[in-house]
Write a protein of this length. Sequence first.
Length: 191
Amino acid sequence: MIDDFAKEYLHSDLRDIRKVMLWKLDGLSEYDIRRPLTTTGTNLLGLVKHQSLSESRYFGEVFGRPYPEPLPQWDDTRAYGADMWATEHETRAEIIDRYRRVGAHSDTTITALAIDSPGHVPWWPRPNVRLFTILVHVLTETSRHAGHADILREQLDGSTGTMAEYANPQRDAAFWEARCARIERAAQAAV
């Protein structure tokens, strides 16, 4: 059936993009995965932490299958934004392990439910949803944050690629300088 195909297709993509999020941390120092790389403080480990908290709620609370570990509440204004960065007391291993446990919990929910199973997202304007809607939403959000991670990782060490097996080969500085100069000339000529 198309429902089973769609569910497995989306679920497979979600499992793949989770791997990408973790791959972006590989080989980097503690400082590099934690340091703010944008004016809003976006950083690689914070993106993974955020995704684990978000996914745990969407495939947990929304379907009456709460994630079994304690998590900060959505409506705790004192903790606003704390899911986007790691404190000095949170280790890389703890955050990665939680992300993997959340993924396993989410996978169990996805596997157990039909794609048209109802859920309820109280923080959405139209709170009544189906598993399909949440699969698309979480896949979209995870892909969006993987794109952020792509850019942050490139800023740190020039590493690019969508998955470890498809990593783009490292080029020397002269190659990138020439490429950027060509793009800059095109941008100036278009003005």
